[in-house]
Design a protein around this ligand. Structure first.
Ligand SMILES: Nc1ncnc2c1ncn2[C@@H]1O[C@H](COP(=O)(O)OP(=O)(O)OP(=O)(O)O)[C@@H](O)[C@H]1O
Ligand SMILES: [Mg+2]
Length: 511
């Protein structure tokens, strides 16, 4: 087999002393889809950044098509035919989709000015060619994260790379979009391209990869043909123990309703009805799972419950008290914790430390502060405990969040929310980007939270997660609750599918 890329003996130490890659060697065969898996912080993104010229290693060599390369920037990488879709999307927020699409390779008018019509035209064509629907003239910052991910993928495809690196490209995509992407990737492979694919979803890895490399603790554990490994094998190689994918047992008893959503409707600025008469209760010791293809009103519903958006009709009650007109902070004080779906947008302030991120919601309370003074000793101790409990990989509690790996940033958000004083937890995509070992850990913590009498609203694009944890499941389609299932142990993902796609609807669905 011809090798398109040979990585030899990479050593990468970040300025703060973290060894992210140690003696990393791997061959990527031409015309294959090569998956890279490993725990959060194992060094996957770092290795990709080395290959793509974003960061320079202290030791080691990279050969591309047999020739040694020394890339100084992503620009150099693109020049020789390497493309990359980043884990944390790197689009220019103030530019439109079309402007981002042609960034750096702009079609010009009169040699100076951007030919915007041409930019629109190409963007439309790329989106049609690859089957990803995107608006062409909206600013990136105004788009939901799922659409931003589509733009980022299209941008990389448009540059027609021969070696395409995809660092967790499916995190924000719906199952349908993942299918579209996988067909595109197979198609690219059939046309002689090579793909490096990173994901924590082992099912996806098994589905798409020809070869699999497992990384752990900055090193390569093994590289094997995908056919030689099962999902369980991969999980075991990653974390060194068996992972349970079993459903958790239902709660012994449930108490009174803590959260009550009554007849919520929402019409947006463009006069589109995104939520229609949504009603449900969540009780003490209950996990209510919301199943649905992303973009069917889930984001709006979460924002309304947490006070970030105003409902057009209906009302929400926390322990019997209406939250109408209350600010997010007051609603939080009433007992709501919230793991947001977009960790970089709403979950963390990434230029500040873990400590600061851990206390954003509690710094003004005792024992975190006294008479307007922060008690740093206490804050540091509190942070260290969370770091240990949630196994967050970081040098210290004073480290800046942006220097953590993606999954570890997610753990920061989960740790803060689960440690906040709350009775109701809104958990949106709680394990997004988290490795299988830590996912199991977070699932156990959610179960403990439930057993402590709290009400959990679980919104997840991952059906396995919904089925594993929920006491009861409701399905949302096109802004409406179309089904409710109370006997979860009898339900399978296949059974929910037609409801999620709007093909089936229960007559007596809640709402
Ligand atoms: N810019 C940086 N400065 C300092 N340390 C960093 C930086 N980027 C990453 N690290 C550290 O390097 C290690 C490897 O991180 P990397 O992002 O490569 O992990 P990963 O395998 O991609 O993890 P994930 O699955 O969570 O995305 C981690 O310990 C991380 O904290
Ligand atoms: Mg990463």
């Amino acid at each position: 087999m011809e090798k398109i890329l040979e990585v030899k003996g990479i050593l990468k130490i970040y300025p703060n002393g973290v060894i992210a890659n140690k003696d990393v060697s791997v061959d990527i065969e031409k015309n294959t889809i090569h998956a890279i898996v490993g725990e959060n912080g194992a060094g996957k993104t770092t290795l990709m950044k080395v290959i793509f010229g974003i960061t320079q290693p202290q030791e080691g060599e990279v050969f591309y098509k047999g020739e040694k390369i020394n890339l100084k920037s992503p620009h150099d990488a693109i020049e020789i035919g390497i493309g990359m879709v980043h884990q944390h999307l790197m689009l220019a927020p103030d530019l439109t989709t079309a402007e981002n699409m042609v960034l750096g390779i702009e079609p010009l008018r009169g040699k100076i000015f951007l030919n915007i019509d041409k930019a629109f035209e190409v963007t439309k064509k790329v989106s049609q060619d690859y089957g990803f629907d995107i608006p062409i003239d909206k600013k990136i910052k105004d788009l939901p994260i799922g659409i931003r991910q589509r733009v980022e993928i299209l941008k990389a495809l448009f540059r027609n790379a021969e070696l395409l690196i995809l660092d967790e490209p499916t995190t924000f995509l719906t199952p349908q979009e993942i299918d579209v992407l996988f067909n595109t990737l197979k198609d690219l492979k059939n046309h002689g391209k090579t793909i490096i694919f990173i994901s924590h979803k082992l099912k996806e890895v098994k589905q798409i990869a020809d070869r699999i490399t497992v990384m752990s603790d900055a090193k390569i554990v093994t590289t094997k043909e995908a056919s030689e490994l099962t999902e369980h094998d991969i999980a075991y190689l990653m974390v060194g123990r068996d992972i349970s994918f079993e459903r958790i047992s239902p709660p012994e008893k449930m108490g009174k309703p803590l959260l009550s959503v009554q007849n919520i409707s929402y019409i947006n600025d463009e006069n589109v009805k995104l939520l229609n008469n949504v009603s449900f209760d969540i009780r003490e010791s209950e996990i209510l799972g919301l199943a649905g293809v992303e973009g069917n009103g889930q984001s709006e519903l979460i924002k309304i419950i947490t006070g970030l958006l105003k409902a057009s009709e209906g009302n929400i009650y926390i322990k019997g008290e209406s939250i109408k007109g209350l600010s997010p902070r007051v609603i939080r004080e009433m007992g709501i914790a919230h793991i947001p779906e977009d960790r970089m947008g709403y979950g963390v302030a990434d230029k500040t430390s873990l400590e600061e991120n851990f206390i954003v919601d509690r710094y003004y309370k005792s024992p975190f502060s006294k008479i307007f003074r922060l008690i740093w000793k206490y804050i540091t101790n509190h942070s260290r405990k969370l770091i240990e409990q949630f196994k967050i990989l970081t040098l210290s509690s004073k480290t800046t969040v942006s220097s953590l790996s993606g999954g570890n940033i997610q753990k920061v958000v989960v740790a803060r929310e689960l440690s906040s004083e709350h009775e109701i937890l809104i958990a949106a995509q709680p394990t997004r980007g988290i490795d299988v070992g830590s996912e199991e850990h977070v699932h156990n913590l959610l179960k403990n939270t439930r057993d402590a009498g709290k009400a959990i609203f679980l919104i997840s694009a991952d059906l396995d997660e919904i089925l594993k944890l929920s006491t009861r499941i409701i399905v949302i389609y096109n802004g409406e609750i179309v089904a409710e299932f109370t006997d979860v142990p009898k339900i399978s993902g296949k059974y929910l599918g037609p409801y999620m796609l709007g093909v089936k609807k229960q007559e007596a669905a809640v709402g």
